[in-house]
Design a protein around this ligand. Structure first.
Ligand SMILES: [Zn+2]
Ligand SMILES: [Zn+2]
Length: 399
């Protein structure tokens, strides 16, 4: 069976997360997005775990509410600041690992994404002993990604680097980026939202279509064993949309080429620090031109609300008008994945007008220009007319 899964998000018990991140809202919003399976996120947190216990239990690791399935997941930060995702086989295994990790963490009861005073290698061993599926999240982001802090998997995971099950690409990268690094060629790539709020422009802004023999922990475990063949597609933002795509100043968001940034010692003329972008970091680490044949297709999409906002000329995807159009499309077509990926363009045009239909069509064809993000600022889509106006403004704004 093919399912759409977003395996990495956070509950209201993680810092900086919306109070609306509860299971009721997630189940309603997940269905509207067209998602079949969500990670619970934060399952090590005692209060969130109690909420998980209130859900309907379908299998040892699968819970449900109003038809939405949830699998036990949690993210952790290790001593080297790297973030990792764990997928658990059962609640008893969550509790077992919670007990072990409690000795190494001062915030495991207060933050849904706890920090543990362990290195990746030690955490990998514990995850393995607990029977968890395990891998780095937003692998290329400069602050908390594995490649932001290490040059190789073995630098982060030591002798367990061959045991990781997946690598989450993160918003500023896609599989073409990861394929430039040969040690990743045998690893399954995941694209997840890392949502901090349940709004439709956050939840499942990245997701995976997975071919599972059954919707269970074992089904997902088998998928990772089968390597990339069973990931039907990764879906997510064009990497240029991500807020760390190009090297750019953290203060004024001026963009720099890699050479330009090196020449000025990563200092912007405004005095701010230039943060190395994911694109440049990947080029630095790149050691192969060979592209693995089994890498699944990566479909570049942005959330439907952002497409609507762009088409109607609103700067925010959360205005009343954008929401009304979005709701009409969801009510009449079924869910967001249907609208973005599968439904006839004529139907979208009939419901929402030509401009929105044209932009969805452009995304499906991969025919969209984007002003890349960097330094913490998201990228932005350029409509044709804006593109002409930007004309001479190159993506790299060295000065
Ligand atoms: Zn994270
Ligand atoms: Zn600056």
């Amino acid at each position: 069976m093919n399912i759409n899964a977003d395996l990495h998000l956070h509950s209201k018990y993680s810092s900086g997360v919306s109070e609306k991140m509860d299971f009721k809202t997630l189940s309603v919003e997940g269905e509207k997005k067209g998602i079949d399976l969500l990670g619970t996120g934060d399952c090590l947190h005692p209060r969130w775990r109690r909420k998980i216990k209130d859900l309907d239990k379908e299998r040892e690791s699968i819970f449900s509410k109003r038809g939405m399935r949830f699998i036990l997941t949690g993210e952790l930060e290790t001593k080297d600041r790297v973030h990792h995702l764990l997928i658990f086989p059962s609640l008893s295994k969550v509790e077992e690992l919670y007990e072990r990790l409690s000795r190494f963490s001062s915030n495991i009861d207060s933050d849904g994404r706890p920090r543990v005073e362990l290195y990746g290698e030690e955490l990998a061993l514990m995850a393995k002993e607990t029977g968890c599926l395990f891998g780095p999240t937003h692998a290329f982001t400069p602050y908390t990604g594995i490649y932001g802090n290490h040059d190789s998997l073995s630098s982060a995971y030591g002798k367990y680097s061959k045991d990781i099950h997946f690598l989450e690409l993160g918003l500023s990268a896609d599989s073409t980026y990861a394929d430039k690094i040969s040690e990743l060629h045998d690893i399954v790539y995941l694209s997840n939202s890392d949502a901090h709020s349940p709004f439709p422009h956050r939840l499942a802004r990245e997701f995976n279509t997975l071919c599972l023999y059954e919707l269970s922990f074992e089904g997902i475990d088998k998928l990772f064993q089968d390597k990339k063949g069973k990931v039907v597609r990764n879906v997510g933002l064009p990497p240029e949309e991500g807020k760390y795509n190009e090297s750019a100043c953290r203060d004024c968001y001026s963009h720099f080429s890699f050479e330009g940034a090196v020449a000025r010692d990563w200092r912007c003329s405004c005095g701010g620090t230039i943060k190395k972008g994911v694109k440049d970091r990947v080029e630095e680490l790149s050691d192969t031109k060979k592209i693995p044949e089994d890498t699944p297709p990566y479909l570049h999409l942005i959330p439907l609300q952002e497409i609507i906002a762009k088409a109607v000329g609103h700067s925010s995807p959360t205005t009343k008008k954008v929401d009304e159009i979005w709701q009409d499309l969801i009510d009449l077509i079924g869910n967001e994945v249907e609208v973005l990926c599968d439904s006839p363009i004529e139907e979208i045009e009939r419901i929402a007008g030509e401009d929105i239909a044209d932009l969805v069509c452009d995304f499906r064809k991969g025919d969209v220009d984007i002003l890349p993000g960097g330094g913490g600022e998201y990228g932005s889509i350029l409509l044709e007319k804006e593109n002409e106006a930007e004309g001479s403004q190159s993506c790299l704004r060295d000065f």
